[in-house]
Write a protein that binds this ligand. Structure first.
Ligand SMILES: Cc1cc2nc3c(=O)[nH]c(=O)nc-3n(C[C@H](O)[C@H](O)[C@H](O)COP(=O)(O)OP(=O)(O)OC[C@H]3O[C@@H](n4cnc5c(N)ncnc54)[C@H](O)[C@@H]3O)c2cc1C
Length: 415
């Protein structure tokens, strides 16, 4: 039986792994060359702690204030676009305390499944992606930040996660070699991190070894339909007969799903990162700088990566390099010893997070075509949730019992 996966980001590759493991003949198609997409330059967190989705009442209020500042951490590029209005309205409707509360459990569950799968992957011979399970700090500077931290720790404990609040001294003891301007931090012991570039390279090599076909420069433009099923996936160059189709086209998934008359509200949330390959600056733990909305990740030995900003924009808009200044300013405010000059444009990475309207991914079959599964919309959590998503995709396609209730991820929940 042949499965065709559209999209060679971490979600497509993880799905390919589980389908290939269960005996499918798998082809992965990508419009580019598999060497750069959102799954490469991200912060590398594998984080059950992120049980709060993007759509929260706080982000709506804060976002309205930030909207006009192009260096702010959350920015919606104003434009006349029906898909953006539709998404914005659904995002606003999802940002209620009740919906945020309800989202926490499925987000925790899929993250834990995913983390367990990643831990299994670390035992696959030759597949090293610098996975470290040593926790994640979320450092705060203000009393509002402390309030948020107290609430998050309480909620995290209720969800059974290993999490604690640290005061300034306890934080200093964990990071004695670095000056930190912070009142304290949350320590999420439950979290891990890895080096995404190594994960992607390793997974591509592993899939090749397993006989998975990886076809570059094959933009999918349509489908041949027959009796409520997809018979062929059509690209700019060819048409591929298939028994099952997985759509994992990240920020382009709304357009891909539309080719199947399926609506998923989704926009691209651009973020940027820079990586020092041989960093003179040290942190023992990855850290989120809360009020600066910036992620700092020491990874793969001496590397350190700084990333952030959420810019809701079109994938065709040229990158705004001045947003990186906002990231570096936040780093300096929290870590005053870190003197990082604005890098050359060529050293700045950017990627497009596939943002669903409620911060939960879309995972499941479409209503119209029984052999199509969508796996997308993971927003800020695609890396963290990918191994779990791939496992679920394998279970759905093989009609096996599911590792968790996936109804909160229903593809057509907004219809
Ligand atoms: C700055 C930043 C930091 C982040 N940090 C974290 C983190 O610490 N932890 C975490 O979990 N997540 C993080 N994320 C989010 C995470 O990177 C994404 O959620 C994840 O990479 C999305 O993976 P994906 O496979 O869905 O999409 P992508 O990686 O974008 O892959 C989609 C692929 O589909 C292909 N494609 C699109 N359309 C077509 C078509 N028509 N035909 C063929 N191919 C097509 C594209 O070329 C692309 O290769 C971060 C993101 C950013 C920007």
């Amino acid at each position: 039986m042949k499965a065709t996966i559209i999209g060679g980001g971490i979600i497509g590759l993880s799905s390919a792994y589980y389908l290939s493991e269960s005996g499918w003949e798998v082809t992965v198609l990508d419009k580019d060359d598999f060497q750069n997409n959102c799954s490469y330059g991200n912060a590398g967190y594998v984080c059950p702690s992120h049980f709060i989705p993007l759509a929260t009442p706080g982000i709506v209020k804060q976002g309205l204030k930030w909207m006009l500042d192009a260096t702010s951490p959350f920015y919606v590029q104003p434009r006349l676009d029906r898909a953006l209005f539709d998404w914005g309205w659904k995002f606003f409707r999802s940002a209620t305390p009740q919906k945020v509360e309800a989202a926490a459990i499925p987000l925790r569950d899929i993250a834990i499944i995913s983390q367990k799968e990643y831990e299994k992957w670390t035992t696959i011979p030759g597949f090293d992606f610098s996975y470290e399970h040593k926790g994640l700090l979320e450092i705060f500077q203000t009393s509002a930040g402390r309030e948020h931290a107290i609430h998050t720790v309480e909620k995290g404990k209720q969800l059974g996660l290993d999490v604690d609040l640290l005061d300034e001294n306890q934080l200093r003891q964990l990071e004695p070699q670095t000056t930190i301007n912070g009142q304290g931090a949350i320590l999420f012991r439950c979290d891990a991190h890895l080096y995404p570039n190594k994960l992607m390279a390793g997974l591509l090599a592993l899939l090749k070894d397993k006989g998975v076909q990886l076809l570059s420069n094959q933009k999918v433009t349509g489908f041949e339909k027959s009796a409520g099923k997809i018979a062929k996936v059509v690209t700019e160059k060819t048409a591929i007969p298939t028994d099952a189709v997985i759509i994992a086209t990240g920020s382009w998934s709304r357009e891909t799903a539309a080719l199947l008359d399926t609506k998923i509200p989704l926009v691209a949330g651009r973020g940027y990162s820079i990586t020092l390959e041989n960093s003179p600056y040290k942190l023992n733990h990855p850290a989120i700088l809360l009020e600066g909305r910036t992620a700092v990740t020491p990874m793969d030995g001496n590397k350190i990566r700084f990333g952030g900003t959420m810019e809701i924009t079109s994938t065709n808009t040229p990158p705004r390099m001045n947003r990186v200044e906002g990231i570096l300013r936040a780093v300096k405010r929290f870590l005053p010893d870190f003197d990082i000059p604005m890098p050359e444009a060529s050293a700045i990475w950017w990627g497009y997070r596939p943002c669903s309207a409620d911060g939960l991914p879309y995972i499941g079959r479409t209503n119209r075509f029984k052999n199509v599964v969508i796996a997308s919309g993971h927003s800020m959590l695609g890396l963290s949730l990918s191994a779990g998503t791939g496992k679920l995709v394998g279970e759905i396609v093989n009609e096996k019992p599911l590792s968790m209730d996936i109804s909160p991820f229903s593809v057509e929940r907004f219809n």
